[in-house]
Design a protein. Structure first.
Length: 335
């Protein structure tokens, strides 16, 4: 500042004849022949909040003037004429020496915040990058009105967490701009809507979810069919069950019909001697092994393969059962 002033002051003294054209508010005459004056580099300025600039002052006595702001909460000024804009409004910066003063009117514009979009739609797990700009402070603060629906980080990246709506706000200098973000419900499709199985059979259902989130699986009749967390269905017994895949409130269903098998048993009547063994022939359309039993274990017994052994003279019924179907063979045991 001293070097700058030393260089320019002779020039201004040399051209002092021009000073009479400077407005009265900038130059004040002292008594006698000496003229006191203050000349500023700026008499009017419009800035944004946070801006800083210098006002250069040239004085008749070559000394630094005393600086003052009419509203220091709006615009402050330091000893060297450095002006700092603090908030929207206007103020007058005055440089004063003995016998003269000059002023600069400073207007601080209200901060304007702009955001890249006002409405956006994403799904759970998806991310969206918002950008914002401020005419004042370069620091943007981000906030979500419903962080359980959509969260936003310090860089403006929005992530959907569950279906719903959230307002994302970009703020600077207490000025805000918003974007309404909708987290959509996903589209869900099942690989099949109807399955036909026999007891113990398995089938794998797959779900295509637009958001890529894995569904939760559920059966309405565990006694008929069960399903695991991967969508694998296992038939338990004959009947009908509904398997449901659900993602974020969207559900799709598959009807599972567990059929009773078709069975035949041959022969329907058998005569064997005590101590003899004969095998019964059974057909089961489900390919499941039937459960064998006897009505009179003292007369005849049967093993898991359908082999009947006579134990003593009499009559017994041999049963083959599978998923609610029960066939019998009448067995006579002779001596």
């Amino acid at each position: 500042m001293p070097i700058f002033k030393k260089f320019l002051l002779p020039l201004f003294l040399f051209t002092n004849i021009l000073l009479f054209s400077v407005p009265v508010r900038q130059i004040s005459a002292k008594a006698g022949n000496t003229i006191a004056f203050v000349i500023l580099s700026d008499y009017k300025a419009t800035v944004d909040i946070g801006d800083e600039f210098y006002i250069a002052a040239f004085t008749s006595d070559g000394k630094l003037p005393a600086w003052k702001s009419s509203r220091s909460s709006v615009v402050s000024v330091n000893t060297y004429g450095k002006v700092t804009a603090k908030k929207a409004g206007s103020a007058v910066i005055t440089a004063k020496i003995k016998g003269a003063e000059a002023s600069c009117s400073v207007t601080v514009r209200k901060t304007v915040v702009t955001i890249s979009c006002e409405n956006a739609s994403i799904e759970r797990g998806e991310s969206l990058r918002l950008s914002a700009a401020s005419s004042g402070s370069p620091d943007i603060t981000w906030k979500s009105s419903r962080p359980t629906v959509a969260e936003v980080d310090d860089n403006g990246t929005v992530t959907g967490l569950k279906p719903g709506e959230a307002t994302i706000t970009a703020s600077a200098d207490n000025v805000r701009a918003t974007c309404k973000v909708t987290v959509r419900r996903p589209e869900v499709k099942l690989s099949q809507t109807r399955l036909t199985l026999y007891r113990n059979q398995k089938a794998r259902l797959s779900a295509t979810v637009s958001s890529g989130v894995k569904p939760s699986w559920k059966t309405n009749k565990k006694s008929v069919a069960v399903v695991d967390h991967e969508g694998t269905v296992v038939a338990v017994k004959h009947g009908t069950a509904i398997i449901t895949a659900t993602v974020d409130g969207v559900s799709k269903t598959c009807e599972v019909v567990v059929k009773q098998p078709v069975m035949t048993l041959k022969p329907e009547e058998l005569t064997i001697k005590k101590g003899e063994t004969e095998a019964l022939s059974v057909y089961v359309s489900s390919n499941n092994t039937p459960v064998w039993s006897t009505s009179n274990p003292n007369v005849a017994k049967v093993n898991s393969k359908g082999q009947v052994t006579g134990l003593k003279k009499g009559r017994a019924y041999i049963y083959a059962s599978e998923d609610g179907i029960k066939l019998k063979c009448t067995v006579y045991v002779t001596e």
